[in-house]
Design a protein around this ligand. Structure first.
Ligand code: COA
Length: 258
């Protein structure tokens, strides 16, 4: 698929997807959403890629679903087409780690896209919000569920009900993002984190992602058992043998994804 609304680059085992509809503040029109789904699947299937980054520009991550495109849509259109179901599925199926590098606005679907990633790193100019209430609707790409899990009920309710935006510092304090960095360092810092993940055993990385994501869905008892079984299963990998031998031999491990 040729990409017109995103830019895809692979550097040192890291696949970077940059949302690129600058004149519309990376609003998520159908074209962009299809390209994003395609890019996620391609990078996930590419053995050369060990970690993904989703980003926008220094001014905007994404201003959310394309309001002009939705303007003449009715319930039947949205329901029949299961609007945003495919995006939810694409992120849900992604086995590799994806980091959102967020500068500027991350509003509505933009905030939700960031929250569908595994880690959010925010630039100091980032703002997060769910302003759908201002246009007579509500979040539809996971916002009421993921923001609530991330920051708790009260703040989530306030954000969704008033449309208020959170700045990067508040998002950090609330636990929505893992760190805040100067906007000019956003990509370098995010690439650093991605590079660290890319040098680990991909099998162990996938297992960690699965286990941490289960924490939001399983009871503690089931989650602990799930984690323990995954931990046991990693003892069948060559990467485990390599990682532990390297430690004993006081050298850097060379993981081979097997
Ligand atoms: N959908 C469609 N187009 C959008 C958009 C969206 N969600 N957000 C911004 N744009 C477009 C604007 O229509 C404008 O296009 P135009 O020049 O063809 O008119 C362009 O992007 C620039 O936006 P503008 O509003 O002029 O920029 P701003 O800097 O004054 O304001 C925002 C930035 C993000 C505060 C403002 O654009 C906004 O509130 N956007 C909507 C956010 C939202 O409600 N998202 C949830 C959608 S469900």
């Amino acid at each position: 698929m040729a990409y017109e609304n995103i830019v895809l680059e692979i550097t040192d085992h890291v696949g970077v997807i940059r949302l690129d509809r600058p004149d519309k503040l990376n609003a998520l029109n159908e074209g962009l959403r299809c390209e994003l789904i395609d890019a996620l699947a391609n990078l996930d299937a590419n053995d050369d890629v060990r970690c993904l980054i989703l980003t926008g520009s220094a001014r905007v991550f994404s201003a959310g679903a394309d309001i002009k495109e939705m303007n003449d849509k009715a319930f039947v259109d949205m329901f029949k087409g299961d609007a945003f179901g495919a995006e939810t599925q694409a992120f849900g199926q992604l086995r590799k780690v994806i980091i959102a590098a967020v500068a500027g606005h991350a509003l509505g679907g933009g905030c939700e896209l960031a929250m569908m990633c595994d880690i959010i790193i925010a630039a100091d100019n980032a703002t997060f919000g769910q302003p759908e209430i201002n246009i007579g609707v509500m979040a539809g790409l996971g916002g009421t569920q993921r923001l609530t899990r991330a920051v708790g009920k009260s703040k989530s309710m306030e954000m969704h009900l008033t449309g208020r935006r959170m700045n990067a510092q508040e998002a950090m304090t609330a636990g929505l993002v893992s760190r805040v960095v100067p906007v000019n360092d956003l990509m370098t810092e995010t690439m650093d984190v991605a590079a660290k993940i890319a040098e680990k055993s991909p099998l162990a990385v996938m297992a960690v992602k699965e286990a941490v994501n289960r924490a939001e869905e399983l009871s503690l008892r089931e989650g602990l058992l799930y984690e323990r079984r995954l931990f046991h299963s990693l003892f069948s990998t060559e990467d485990k043998v390599e990682g532990m031998s390297a430690f004993v031999d006081r050298r850097e491990p060379k993981f081979r994804n097997c």
